[in-house]
Write a new protein. Sequence first.
Length: 468
Amino acid sequence: MVTELQAVHVVGGGLAGSEAAWQLAQAGVPAVLHEMRPLKGTAAHKTDGYAELVCSNSFRSDDSEHNAVGLLHEEMRRLDSFIMRAGDANQVPAGGALAVDRDGFSAAVSAALAAHPLITLERGEVTLPDNSWDSVIIATGPLTSPALASAIAALTGEQQLAFFDAIAPIVHRDSIDLDHAWFQSRYDKAGPGGTGADYINCPLTREQYEAFVAALLTGDKTGFHEWEVSTPYFDGCLPIEIMAERGPETLRHGPMKPFGLTNPYQPGIKPYAVVQLRQDNKLGTLFNMVGFQTKLKHAEQVRIFRTIPGLQKAEFARLGGLHRNTFINSPKLLDGTLRLKANMRWRFAGQITGCEGYVESAAVGLLAGRFAAAERRSEKITLPPTTTAHGALLAHITGGHLETIDAGPSSFQPMNVNFGLFPPLAAAPEGRRGGQRGLARKSGLSRRALTDLARWIEGESHTAAAAE
Ligand SMILES: Cc1cc2nc3c(=O)[nH]c(=O)nc-3n(C[C@H](O)[C@H](O)[C@H](O)COP(=O)(O)OP(=O)(O)OC[C@H]3O[C@@H](n4cnc5c(N)ncnc54)[C@H](O)[C@@H]3O)c2cc1C
């Protein structure tokens, strides 16, 4: 006997919310999708269309063999992603990237949502999900309305959710030259959970430091959006170039201080300044540049940071930046299926969970929609393997991130999908060198991901069939 299922409410008709509503409906679960535009706008959206792309029109690389976001595209296609289908149908020429006609894309998403018999579209701001809604997905994005952000903050006990978000670059560990850099914590302090050798240190001579500061001062920077001006800095983090403007020695007494560190390659010579990198994920494959939040343009960051000894060949999993963002401390607040521990009726999806980017937000919307549908249909929820792009992203959001190893603010920050989030291959590819070896590794990770994804999809369909 088919019983009518109660609707799941999805708040926010962006990339994540549109995908989540579609996944629910395709699984036979009615969805009510709430979108506040055009009745209330955001500082970046310009239309009343669903899944509006607020800035670039690119879904980034479509290379599913050597690029983590390309792999995420491919996994989403195999998971019947609505956003990917609309993206593919509205593609414009962009070399190896998947770029879309933004108006055509949003129009296709809006029309399909409106036509789906199990989706109801409601316009209006949700300031607090109604008590009668027993299953809600909150997908209100980086520009979540202030009233809802306050309600979430009150429920979670977090002080603030919207930050003038200063993010520091993250480097792939295996691209750091440990013939110049070395592992050591300042004064060899182990601290809670540390070993005394937790940081990677890159030493600079006086000449190198002065050239570095000069490069920061003259480097090309991104301007502020008008609406960003009133938002506070996250935990008082100042961009390094602003610190450099305060005086040539400021950085040397701040994030680049050399004290308590001895270079094992030149034990008799004190470095004039030191750049420290701290482990960023449990796997130990990614390290962030401590205190290096910056508004330098991306190409400038690569050029200038590669002048640091030890980072000459650094590969960046994420570059630094500053923008307004709203996100929750997901590793602390969410369970493995994206439910809020403080109120299990609420799930979160999209950029508000701490992923970054159009595609990642839609992928987390896809997962939230499937999890909520399985729950509504009384099916067992199985998580995607962490070897898949979906699983790696979910693990970063809900638990893969390392808590700080010393005193200081929690360093959970939004992140694009990248191969550093994946567990390493059991055996490194043999017989290749340099770039070839890197490509073989990425290819191996992608092959493993798609094989494991197929197994997961197969398992999910058995669970669904058993519940029919
Ligand atoms: C200025 C800016 C530029 C960006 N540029 C890029 C880029 O170039 N490339 C990229 O990949 N990513 C970019 N991003 C990030 C990108 O916006 C997100 O990754 C993506 O849009 C997030 O998807 P989402 O569904 O989580 O949120 P969104 O797509 O923002 O959707 C959230 C939706 O929720 C609605 N909403 C908010 N509050 C409420 C409420 N209380 N009630 C009802 N509805 C509500 C909003 O109107 C919006 O439609 C940018 C972000 C910003 C802020």
